[in-house]
Design a protein around this ligand. Structure first.
Ligand code: TRP
Length: 339
């Protein structure tokens, strides 16, 4: 039986952090052997709110690629590619735009929140406003069955499912697959070290490539249960960010349970929890950082991996676009030679 197709992507606006790892990279690594995998470096989407800073997006393409490989995404099993190399995607978007209403886009909670965060409330760049439809094309062009993403991407998945069904019904075809989102197993999301949502723009992220000294500094800044005035007081582990991180990263769960118990009773200083976390995070990040540095030194190798992935992705998108145009009845072999 043919493998199911997995597609996902990231905007290259900075190196990837631990939130990306628990939110999506981990799922990709688990699924890479059993699926036909496409991983998009979504540079064109990143430009929708960084069009004045092309260089930032450009340079981060290789950063993100190095992060992927460093965490264990295997280029033999996954096609890693660059979105802007595939003009089939905006072409498909053009046809999809007819199947979506402006009101529908206006209701997208992720776009709403992002507009607010970027101060776009009064004047939203049209490219940014429409990016969910471009993302629908990203997903449907690959006839993806599964899309491992963070929970903030749910509205895009719903839109993709809606457009796939509408297109298939309207043009009496089965070209588009109705994709399923694959979400992280942990119900909680990993907060930044200040307790807010982990995000590049808030400056509260721990990056996969962070130097040891930075990891230590960031862990030391983590908020603890502010209700206790001395380490002798009983505390609530739920209120200490370091415990949230241990839940995600410490392989010895019974050790963490024991620490929590001692924290609840009182007598365990926050520094002891943080020391444990530092030890766990440094051990987790060390091999990643080393692999990252190795790829950094060899951009040629990175480019050749991206080139291979992009060629494979192109085959896929050209094929889907051709099937979609046939279904719509807009292939004109008299006017140009078809694929
Ligand atoms: N919007 C996604 C993010 O911000 C990135 C992305 C672009 C994506 N195209 C995609 C994710 C297609 C999944 C599928 O992280």
């Amino acid at each position: 039986m043919a493998k199911k197709v997995l597609l996902t992507g990231d905007r290259p606006t900075g190196p990837l952090h631990l939130g990306h790892y628990v939110g999506s990279l981990k799922n990709r690594i688990e699924m890479q052997g059993s699926h036909e995998v496409y991983i998009m470096i979504a540079d064109a989407q990143a430009l929708t709110d960084n069009f004045k800073d092309i260089n930032k997006v450009r340079t981060n393409i290789l950063e993100v690629a190095a992060d992927y490989l460093a965490v264990g995404i295997d280029p033999e099993l996954c096609n890693i590619f660059v979105q802007s190399c595939l003009p089939e995607l905006p072409e498909l978007t053009m046809y999809f735009l007819n199947l979506v209403t402006i009101q529908q886009i206006g209701h997208n909670p992720t776009v709403k929140a992002e507009c607010k965060m970027r101060g776009f409330e009064e004047s939203v760049p049209a490219g940014f406003y429409l990016y969910p439809i471009f993302q629908v094309a990203d997903i449907l062009a690959f006839q993806a069955h599964v899309v491992p993403v963070g929970p903030d991407q749910t509205p895009m998945l719903e839109l993709a499912r809606d457009v796939a069904r509408k297109f298939n019904d309207l043009y009496k075809t089965k070209v588009f697959v109705t994709p399923e989102g694959v979400y992280p197993k942990m119900e909680r999301t990993l907060p930044g070290f200040d307790g807010q949502k982990m995000s590049k723009s808030l400056g509260n992220a721990i990056y996969l490539g962070d130097a040891e000294a930075d990891v230590i500094k960031k862990v030391k800044k983590m908020k603890s249960d502010e209700n206790r005035s001395s380490p002798a007081d009983p505390g609530d582990p739920e209120k200490a960010i370091a415990f949230t991180y241990l839940d995600f990263f410490d392989p010895e769960t019974s050790f963490v349970d024991d620490l929590k118990e001692r924290y609840r009773k009182g007598g365990l200083p926050d520094s002891a929890v943080k020391d444990r976390l530092i030890q766990v995070l440094l051990a987790f990040l060390k091999p990643i950082r080393e692999r990252r540095e190795m790829f950094h030194k060899d951009p040629e190798a990175l480019f050749s991996i991206l080139q291979r992935g992009t060629e494979k992705a192109k085959e896929k998108t050209l094929n889907t676009l051709s099937l979609a145009k046939k279904a719509m009845g807009i292939e004109y072999p008299q006017l140009y030679s078809t694929l």
